[in-house]
Design a protein around this ligand. Sequence first.
Ligand code: VGL
Ligand code: ZN
Length: 200
Amino acid sequence: MKNSGLLIIDVQNDFCPGGALAVTNGDRVIAPLNRMAASFAAAGLPIFATRDWHPPETGHFQAYGGPWPTHCVRDTAGAAYHPDLQLPESTIHLYKGTDEERDGYSAFDGADQSGVLLERLLTDRAVTRLYIGGLATDYCVRASVLDALTRSLAVTVLTDAVAGVDLQPGDSERSLNDMRVAGARLLTVEQALQEQDPPR
Ligand code: VGL
Ligand code: ZN
């Protein structure tokens, strides 16, 4: 598991049942991610968690010509992590979608509170393998996985720890297939935790 990192994407109130842009069963990702995060923390491995963190006025929102209802406005309850998500003390927190002009789907658009980009945070910790879960399969998870593969990182998508928007039926399935074809492995959290020596 050396050189591995866990990347938890956008497990926020607005993407969970009852939220402004609720993903069907979005909260199903929480228990497997809590399990994975506890295991990574116990092994001393880095954990990164992103929040979609939009300005109140952005071209990302329907009110300003974009595709989405208003969601995850910075510093609002909707943008907070879901209360059941248990992030270890060591978690590195990232903010994404902060620019008014860009959707900022990918975690690689994200930076920590000092503005240090994810790519740099990974390099500093010699992370070459990412385990990725969160919301939503067909947008931010997909974009983040494909960006990670482009940067020559080894990627495992945690299939029981993702859920999708599915604006068109089948979008999540097609996205998972795109990620696999691009080089990602698809494993459940249980399978990932069982592995002794993951391949590069
Ligand atoms: C997301 C739609 C809009 C995501 C973010 O986190 O996947 N989807 N903003
Ligand atoms: Zn968004």
